[in-house]
Design a protein around this ligand. Sequence first.
Ligand code: ADP
Ligand code: MG
Length: 614
Amino acid sequence: MADIIHLLPDAVANQIAAGEVIQRPASAVKEVLENAVDAGSSRIQLIIRDAGKTLIQVIDDGGGMSETDSRLSFERHATSKIRKAEDLFSLHTMGFRGEALASIAAIAQVDLKSRLRGSEIGTKVVIEASVCKSQDPVATPEGTSLAIKNLFYNVPARRNFLKSNPVETRHIIEEFTRVAMSNPQIHFSFHHNDLQVFDLREGNFRQRIASICGNNYNERLVPVEEDTTIVKLEGFIGKPEFAKKNRGEQYFFVNNRFIKDSYLHHAVNAAFDSLIPKDAYASYWLKIYIDPAKIDVNIHPTKTEIKFEDEKSVYAILRAAVKRALGKFSIAPSLDFDQERAFDVPLDKLNAIPIQPVIKVNPNYNPFKPETSFNPNIGRDNSWSRMESQRTDQWLKLHQEPIQQTVYNEEVTEPVKELQREMEELPDDRFVLTGSRILNISFKNGILLIDLPGAHERILYERYLHALQTKAVITQQQLFPPRLQLSHDDALLVTELNDELRKLGFDLTDFGNNTIVIHGIPSGLDSGKETTVLQELLEQFRNNRNRLELSADDNLARSMARSMSVKDLRNYQYKELRKIALDLLQCENSNYGVNGKTILVHLNSNDLLNFFQS
Ligand code: ADP
Ligand code: MG
């Protein structure tokens, strides 16, 4: 029988490959923009016509290509970015397959003009359906201009599959935005049918986000920073109150390329926890830098999905960093919009000899567990309204042993510590109750407003959660253990939660007939109140269980905090007010109450001045 296998001509092979890499005009835009970035450009122009269907042109001022390279760049597996297989694992940018230009040239009419930096003259290559029509010397600026005309002109099936112009344009804007977002040091512009869509001047990351998303974003962003041996993180999250009703502003960049990652997305959402409503989406713009050998970028033809070797650690670090950022942003001043980072270093520090930071490693640190750092030495002499005072003192006793501290980022803790110091030294009359629930504290450089009931609940919540997750709290044994008759459901719930309730300090036994005996109560709880608190607690727990998806610990800590938090503020003394304020600063999240509502507002002198400037 005759041989029937034959090799496909290159042009056909390229067309097939193109199907994977170039699905629509936006995919071509992405590839060509990324090439321009890789070429070290400082200015990149994107010009399209008819949603990219008739023209996609990218002009850059990068390194350019030689005469030979200009021609070679359109060959399949032609790349200057990988030489040997090992390079695949050590490249600092993302997966290079040398496929993009070959694919594009297979399905379009392409004009390339390029001049190598420092070269006298450039070269022009015209290619159609993988066939080189001409190559000539040309006068052209340094850098590269690539024009892709009539995409899919020779693949009618693909062309007919394209969506309407607005839809295709939306995809292009999305790709443009992702590349522009991750490279704020490059000046990008974008014209569609001769109309300017974007003109993004070079700046810092924050400025770039604001120039794409809107200037009002500056005040919505909370910086996230973390530097570990595994990954370095930087970027921003949106404040929970600006969470969107639709996905959209969710950007991960790994080593400066946009990626999608539902696992990491989950990490960010987990950090936002219940701070945003169920039907809203957190916004984030997060850059992850990681050793390229620790990721695999070649698992997806368009390189938007990657695999992390150690994804669990990345998850944990990301979640902890976002959580910390959310908890402290109103205290830690955010960077000024118009300032570059470098200018933020105080003058005296600029000239100082840098000291190697001492890193205190906490062997107990487990990023999967929420930590509460809470200082047992603060406010020991306070006098809460009687019940409160006992509770707090007991809680303080519980925490006399060293408490595991989250390893906080210095940049976050410093302003917090400073505020604490200042607060401890303030005269009493600076702690003023405004209205029935707002604590108003004025400092030298601003004011702090605290929603007291919300703050108290937050403080208790973090402590109970900590107690539940570490060790049992101290139980106060009852001299005359009261009995409590429960509904059948509640009795079942008590049995189910018995271990956790014990950790909170309740020592309960089943007396039969849905009756329990309360032998011990959490230290700090007034005897006489235990039945009310327990009943409230069960009711809260049940409510939460129906409304929210919480772990049992979380639910119990919330319910307990709710039933133990103060309801009546009338008898508050300044000392107690000071104590709440100090305790709130110690909380992992000082900004939001357990229910996600704002509980702390910090206005510095600039914010205050803004009220008076038009
Ligand atoms: P890859 O980017 O994976 O290497 P491409 O097909 O996208 O593959 O590009 C092939 C090669 O063409 C690149 O490796 C690079 O050397 C060259 N090249 C493409 N675009 C440009 C550009 N705008 N400026 C300079 N060189 C470019
Ligand atoms: Mg490329």
